[in-house]
Design a protein around this ligand. Structure first.
Ligand code: TRP
Length: 336
């Protein structure tokens, strides 16, 4: 039996939001507390380049996200916490995996398909307009991140389910051809880690600009919560929690019991204003301590850098010998 290895990454674009928290961070931090497994958490800064070409934003966002994970309870001594770009072996593996991945498989990836479909809808447009190679081969880099460290379990949001199937496909295809080199990883998508809706009711996503950033000062947080889209039902009228962004957001951060109580109040006619106030107070209190820690950490970039360098050194103790083994398996090895 191999020891359970949990690995997950967060793309360093923009500031992390509640959707990231409910979809991945919360689960990952909880898992990292367990003793009988190793955990790997990394900042996917090469993935960030796919969509973001602003160097300053890339830089800031890496700092912000590192500070966020630490503020939310990630213990760097008990985990492998590193930056993807500090592990050059990942990029070597990326190329090797590209050579066993069918182009047709990548054609079917949701993110790429959505972009080409969008182009096709607009008349007279090349379906690949504005799409770079890194968007197209994004799942291969993700496969390299995961396979490089022999991860057995990968906590991800629902939206990454298809990518995870592709990662498994790629690993199996490699193993089939070159022998048993890779561990086939399992996605861990908890029921609660549903896709959180954003302020406008669509999926909470940086690209829709409808997010509630994590660790906002109270005043700003309150303002955003008040903007969550509801309907015109009056106070006292029963409110359904089906397709209700406000409820879904509450459910994403609260315990099951608390969510049930909230549901009951809405069904009994709680006013939207009151419900928003309650959601705001909940989030505000939940993140009170992390918010303080976050502010302290973002003011100590040297400390963060040191932690990440140590994390990368620790991770490379694994990736360096392993990439050698992988290269040997494909025939790239010493001539003597
Ligand atoms: N694609 C993931 C996301 O956007 C981030 C990511 C990159 C990742 N590499 C990974 C997640 C490896 C899990 C494992 O959320």
């Amino acid at each position: 039996m191999i020891k359970k290895r949990v690995l997950t990454g967060i793309t360093t674009t923009g500031s992390p939001h509640l959707g990231n928290y409910a979809g991945a961070i919360k689960q990952a931090v909880d898992l990292s507390q367990l003793k009988n497994q190793d955990s790997f958490y990394f900042l996917a800064d090469y993935h960030a380049l796919v969509k973001n070409k602003d160097p300053k934003q890339i830089e800031n966002s890496c700092l912000e996200i590192a500070a966020t994970w630490l503020a939310l309870g990630l213990n760097p001594e008990r985990t492998f916490f590193y930056r993807q770009s500090d592990i050059p072996e990942i990029l070597e593996l990326n190329w090797i995996l590209s050579s066993v991945t069918a182009k047709g498989l990548m054609n079917r990836a949701h993110a790429y398909k959505a972009a080409t479909d969008d182009n096709q809808v607009k008349e007279n447009r090349d379906s690949d307009k504005g799409i770079n190679m890194s968007l197209f081969s994004y799942p291969i880099l993700m496969a390299a991140d995961i396979l490089m460290f022999k991860a057995t379990h990968v906590p991800v949001g629902q939206d990454q389910k298809q990518h995870m199937e592709m990662v498994r496909d790629i690993a199996q295809k490699f193993n089939h051809h070159y022998g048993d080199i890779f561990i086939i990883p399992k996605p861990v998508i908890s029921e609660e880690s549903s896709i959180l809706p954003g302020l406008d009711g669509r999926k909470m996503s940086k690209s829709y600009q409808n997010t509630i950033p994590l660790l906002l000062p109270s005043k700003k947080l309150r303002k955003l919560v008040m903007k969550i889209k509801t309907n015109s039902l009056e106070p006292g009228e029963p409110k359904s929690t089906e397709d209700c962004a406000l409820f879904d957001i509450y459910k994403g951060v609260a315990s099951k019991k608390e969510a049930l109580a909230f549901k009951k109040k809405l069904e009994e006619g709680m006013a939207w204003g009151e419900a928003k106030e309650e959601l705001f107070t909940y989030i505000d209190q939940l993140f009170a301590k992390p918010r303080e820690d976050y502010l302290r950490l973002t003011q100590e970039p040297m400390h963060l850098q040191k932690l990440l360098t140590e994390g990368a050194d620790k991770a490379r103790e694994i990736s360096l010998p392993y990439i050698k083994e992988i290269k040997e398996a494909v025939g790239i090895k010493s001539l003597s």
